[in-house]
Design a protein around this ligand. Structure first.
Ligand SMILES: CC(C)(COP(=O)(O)OP(=O)(O)OC[C@H]1O[C@@H](n2cnc3c(N)ncnc32)[C@H](O)[C@@H]1OP(=O)(O)O)[C@@H](O)C(=O)NCCC(=O)NCCS
Length: 172
């Protein structure tokens, strides 16, 4: 019997930019209504832009990956605003694990890494989940996020509007 390849969670480094780009595009192609930019825009942004996202701009910006061996199988990230009145507030973004890893522990370990990171940098971790994404909603609820309202018509994909629920985890 083959030994299962272990799963590891770590911060991405710039060398992961091509895999990050490929995973982001795959995530958007699968579920365009869950993400804030079309796949073509992300592809056009290119590897250098993805390396810049990995480097981040603010202290606290971070992109985490789940790796099965050497292979990137999931992404979850935190963004922190520059503004002095908003930098207490991290935003969870880009959460995606590849279909073959769903239902295991990859997503939970990945997002818990972002939560642990957020706890050290910000007072609250916020995020969004598209209304109708019941699996992700249940996942975030299990991890302890509260739901603090709905923003209407956030995305428009294929002529249809999508609302998003606001997630919040308060560390204070
Ligand atoms: C969201 C995501 C990261 C969650 O990871 P996952 O491995 O699928 O999550 P889990 O299996 O640990 O948890 C899913 C929960 O939803 C439940 N669930 C599964 N399908 C469901 C459905 N159709 N309706 C409601 N709940 C559902 C599961 O039973 C589980 O709940 P439980 O712990 O109470 O049993 C992953 O599904 C994913 O990458 N999805 C596509 C991208 C996406 O939606 N990203 C989030 C953008 S905000």
């Amino acid at each position: 019997m083959q030994t299962p390849v272990p799963l590891a969670i770590r911060r991405l480094v710039e060398a992961d930019a091509p895999a990050f780009l490929a995973m982001r595009v795959a995530a958007i192609v699968e579920n365009p209504q869950y993400f804030g930019s079309p796949a073509a825009e992300e592809e056009a942004a290119g590897v250098a832009e993805f390396a810049a996202r990995i480097r981040g701009k603010q202290d606290g910006d971070a992109v985490f990956g789940a790796f099965r061996g050497e292979v990137l199988v999931g992404i979850a990230a935190m963004f922190r605003p520059a503004s002095g009145t908003m930098k207490h507030r991290g935003t969870l973004w880009g959460v995606h694990v590849e279909p073959g890893e769903r239902g295991g522990d990859a997503a939970e370990r990945l997002v818990r890494a972002v939560i642990d990171h957020a706890r050290c940098h910000v007072d609250v971790l916020t995020g969004h989940v598209t209304v109708g994404n019941a699996r992700a909603r249940r996942f975030y609820e299990r991890l302890g996020f509260d739901f603090s309202g709905v923003e209407r018509k956030i995305f428009k994909v294929g002529g249809r509007h999508y609302d998003q629920e606001i997630l919040l985890m308060d560390f204070t």
